[in-house]
Ligand binder design. Structure first.
Ligand SMILES: *Cc1c(COP(=O)(O)O)cnc(C)c1O
Length: 408
C-alpha cells in the first residue's frame, strides 16, 4: 500500500492570500469603477536594471554558437558569480567568506525550505512569531512538529517579536537546536543590532545550536551601524548559515537567483556528540538534487556587481525606500505607531483594532490592500504590513486616500 506523508495534513491551510483575494474581488464586484491599490504583496514592481539586462541578453546570445554555448554548469554555481559575491558582499564588509563556501541556487525560498533536510528529525526548533511561513511549513512537512492548535504548532518554540522587545526576540529560556532569524525582518521591517546578533551567536555556540540567518532584505540597510551579515559576528562561521537572494536586491523575483553561505567550519553534531561539518553535507544534497541556475541568469546576477550594476541596484532599492518613507511618515502623521520602513521595504503598523478589521477598513474606505499581520502568526494580531513595492504615484495616492478615510 502506498502511504501518503500524513504530516502534510497537519499543515494549516494558509487562507491568508486567498482570503485577501476573495475580499478584493468581492469589493471590486460591488464597486467596478474604483481602482484598488495593492500594497499587500511582497513582490517587486520595477524591471531589471540596464546592466543586468545587457549581461542577460549577451549570455543568451552566447548560447547561440558552439564556441560560447554552455551545457550543464557546476551545481554550486559558476566561479565568476561566486567570486563576485565573496568579494562584494563579504570581503568588502570584512567578512572572511570564500567563493567555495557560496552555493548559488534559484531562490532563498527553496534554500530556507530545503536546508532542514540535512538535520536530524528529532531536533528542537525555534521560529520567530510573526514569521515567514516557509520556515515553519517545511518543518511540519518533515514531521518535526505536532498538530496545529490555537494558532501554533505543537512542538515548536515560538520566539515572540513584539513592540516591547523591538521585534527582536529574546533568547529562548529552554535549549533549542535550530534557530531561524530574518533581518531586516519580513513582515515587521525591523532590524537587529550587532550586539543583539552577538547574543544569538553566543547562545548557539554555548548550546551547540545552529542559526539560519535569512538576509533576503540586506540591500535595504542604509544605517551603516547595522550588521549586514551574520558573519560580521565573531564565532558565527561555526554556528550559522546565511541565505541571500537577488529577488529583492535586484528585482529578480521572476528571474530567480539566490545563494546560501555555509562556512567550512560550520557544524552540527552526530548522535554521539561528535562535530559533523555541514558544508560537505549540503554540497552533496545540492549536487544530487539541483542542477544549477541557468547560465544567462548567473551572468545577469554577476552584472549586479559591476560598477554600473551596483549604482543601478542602489537606485532601484532607494526608489522603494523613498516609498517606505512616504508610507511611514503619512501613517505616523495619522496617529498610527509604525515600525520598520527605514532599512526595509515593509512598514509594520499598529492598527488599534484587530488585523482583519483594519484590513477591511482600508479596503472599503480607501481601496487600499495591505496584509493583515495576524496571517504571519499570533504576535502579528493587531498589526498590518504595508509594502513599499509599488510606484511612487500609487503610494502617494494610497496615502491620500487613507488620510481622507481615517484622518480627522
Ligand atoms: C522574498 C523573500 C525571500 C526570497 O525568496 P526568493 O525565493 O529568493 O525569491 C526569502 N526570505 C524572505 C523572508 C523573503 O521575504
Amino acid at each position: 500500500m502506498i502511504k501518503v506523508n500524513e504530516n502534510y495534513s497537519k499543515l494549516k491551510a494558509s487562507y491568508l492570500f486567498s482570503d485577501i483575494a476573495k475580499r478584493i474581488s468581492a469589493y471590486q464586484a460591488a464597486n467596478p469603477d474604483n481602482k484598488v491599490i495593492k500594497l499587500g504583496i511582497g513582490d517587486v514592481t520595477k524591471p531589471l536594471t540596464p546592466a543586468c539586462l545587457a549581461a542577460f541578453h549577451k549570455a543568451v546570445d552566447d548560447m547561440a554558437s558552439e564556441e560560447t554555448f554552455r551545457g550543464y554548469g557546476p551545481e554550486q554555481g559558476y566561479a565568476f558569480l561566486r567570486e563576485a559575491i565573496a568579494e562584494n558582499d563579504f570581503a568588502s564588509r570584512g567578512c572572511n567568506i570564500s567563493a567555495d563556501e557560496i552555493f548559488i541556487s534559484d531562490g532563498a525560498k527553496c534554500d530556507t525550505g530545503n536546508i532542514q533536510e540535512i538535520f536530524s528529525a528529532d531536533i528542537s526548533i525555534a521560529v520567530p512569531d510573526p514569521v515567514y511561513p516557509v520556515y515553519v511549513d517545511t518543518n511540519v512537512m518533515a514531521g518535526r512538529t505536532g498538530d496545529w492548535k490555537n494558532g501554533r504548532y505543537e512542538g515548536l518554540v515560538y520566539l515572540e517579536s513584539t513592540k516591547e522587545n523591538g521585534f527582536v526576540p529574546e533568547l529562548p529560556a529552554e535549549k533549542v537546536d535550530l534557530i531561524y532569524l530574518c533581518f531586516p525582518n519580513n513582515p515587521t521591517g525591523t532590524t537587529a543590532t550587532k550586539t543583539q546578533l552577538e547574543a544569538w551567536v553566543k547562545y548557539a555556540l554555548k548550546n551547540k545550536a545552529l542559526i539560519l540567518f535569512d538576509a533576503a532584505y540586506v540591500a535595504f540597510i542604509r544605517d551603516d551601524s547595522l550588521p549586514q551579515s551574520i558573519f560580521e559576528i565573531e564565532g558565527a562561521r561555526e554556528c550559522a548559515i546565511e541565505f541571500r537572494s537577488f529577488s529583492k536586491t535586484a528585482g529578480f523575483t521572476g528571474t530567480r537567483c539566490a545563494y546560501t553561505v555555509i562556512p567550512k567550519e560550520c557544524r552540527a553534531f552526530t548522535e554521539k556528540g561528535e562535530s559533523a561539518l555541514l558544508h560537505p553535507v549540503w554540497n552533496r544534497r545540492h549536487s544530487t538534487k539541483f542542477n544549477g541556475v541557468s547560465y544567462p541568469v548567473q551572468r545577469a546576477a554577476e552584472a549586479v556587481y559591476s560598477e554600473q550594476g551596483q549604482k543601478e541596484v542602489k537606485e532601484l532599492v532607494d526608489y522603494y525606500l523613498r516609498n517606505a518613507k512616504i508610507i511611514r511618515e503619512s501613517m505616523t502623521a495619522l496617529g498610527y505607531t509604525c515600525f520598520g520602513g527605514e532599512n526595509s521595504p515593509y512598514i509594520w503598523i499598529e492598527g488599534k483594532m484587530d488585523s482583519w478589521e483594519f484590513f477591511d477598513l482600508l479596503l472599503n474606505k480607501a481601496e487600499i490592500v495591505c496584509t493583515p499581520g495576524s496571517g504571519f502568526g499570533t504576535c502579528g494580531e493587531g498589526y498590518i504590513r504595508i509594502s513599499a513595492f509599488n510606484s511612487v504615484e500609487n503610494v502617494r495616492e494610497a496615502m491620500d486616500r487613507i488620510k481622507k478615510a481615517v484622518g480627522k
